[in-house]
Design a protein around this ligand. Structure first.
Ligand code: GDP
Length: 301
């Protein structure tokens, strides 16, 4: 089920409350069943869904008990709707503020993620985003594994009028990353985005490379770029990257497609890391800032 369908289903479930005259345990159970089924169909992790159900039950029970017999029905409906809304927000809110680039300082951002997730595209989108906000921005292509990676960076950075660095001859990604960051720091760039490889002969070698690049460039923020369409696999993937490249933010790409989105959203809880942007298309401006509450409000329509 794609995200817009999830929104519609959640909305329909919540609105169904307005048609009942008495909100009792049976009504709450039926409602929660609908909400949880919709979340599961969207690939949200089963454990998270059952936690959500528990938390809503506890909150609602406590509120009903406190308000006593005289509590008006309309108020009981509000209590239930608010409890579900708040727990949906909690699902995408780890309660941690992501790093915010500072003006007049060289903010180094390192992007990690498996090949095909949209990392290179996202690096340029990020550079465009910060450039528009007055940060002198640049991209370093430290992906020496994929033939054509540097050409892709060169083309998109040129199109976006963003400075870039890479090499056709240097084969050591750590050396390129270090050289690029040193050059742009010297030139007083305020945002330096380091694009890394997303594939290796062995996955363990990729993770080792992430560690080495991380030690060489000391990023202020490492971002995991995650494809919304990978579903439940997002959790294992994000955990593996968390260990090697302790990322502090997530960007979920391809939210414009037919992705269910719930899997990538579950990655937030699995790694207790905030989502900062959503990729919503192939164009350089298709990047939406992510905030938990507005996201859930918009989802519910
Ligand atoms: P990388 O291997 O992780 O660097 O991935 P790329 O940046 O090369 O992207 C892989 C493909 O995904 C390309 O065709 C991109 O145009 C596409 N892509 C990246 N982000 C998005 C997005 O948010 N929406 C859509 N529809 N396509 C995207």
């Amino acid at each position: 089920m794609v995200l817009s369908d999830l929104g519609r289903k959640l909305n329909a479930a919540l609105s169904s409350l307005n048609r009942v005259s008495v909100v009792d345990e049976k009504v709450l159970d039926a409602l929660l069943k609908e909400v949880c089924a919709a979340l599961l169909e969207s690939d949200v992790n089963v454990k998270l869904v059952s936690q959500l159900r528990q938390k809503v039950r506890i909150k609602v029970k406590a509120a009903f008990e406190n308000s006593g017999e005289k509590s008006r029905e309309a108020n009981r409906k509000n209590v239930v709707q608010k409890a579900i809304f708040d727990e949906l927000v909690n699902l995408v809110d780890p309660g941690i503020d992501p790093y915010k680039p500072k003006k007049g300082y060289t903010n180094v951002i390192m992007a990690v993620g498996l090949q095909g997730n949209g990392k290179t595209t996202t690096c340029t989108k990020l550079a465009v985003h910060y450039q528009k906000r007055g940060f002198k921005s640049s991209i370093v292509c430290a992906d020496t594994f994929r033939a054509g990676a540097f050409d892709q960076t060169r083309q998109s950075a040129t199109k976006a009028k963003v400075a870039y660095f890479g090499s056709y001859t240097e084969t050591d990604p750590v050396a390129i990353a270090a050289q690029g960051v040193a050059k742009f720091k010297k030139e007083k760039f305020e945002v330096i985005i380091v694009d890394t490889s997303g594939r290796h002969k062995q996955e363990s070698e990729l993770f080792e490379e992430m560690k080495q690049i991380g030690s060489a460039v000391k990023p202020d923020m490492t971002v995991l770029v995650l494809d919304a369409s990978i579903g439940q696999a997002a959790e294992a993937q994000s955990r593996a990257f968390k260990e090697s490249a302790d990322f502090g933010a997530i960007i979920v790409t391809k939210m414009d497609g037919h992705a269910k989105g719930g899997g990538a959203i579950s990655a937030v809880a699995a790694t207790k890391t905030p989502i900062i942007f959503l990729g919503t298309g192939e164009h350089l401006t298709d990047l939406d800032r992510f905030a938990p509450q507005p996201f859930i409000s918009k989802l519910l329509g």
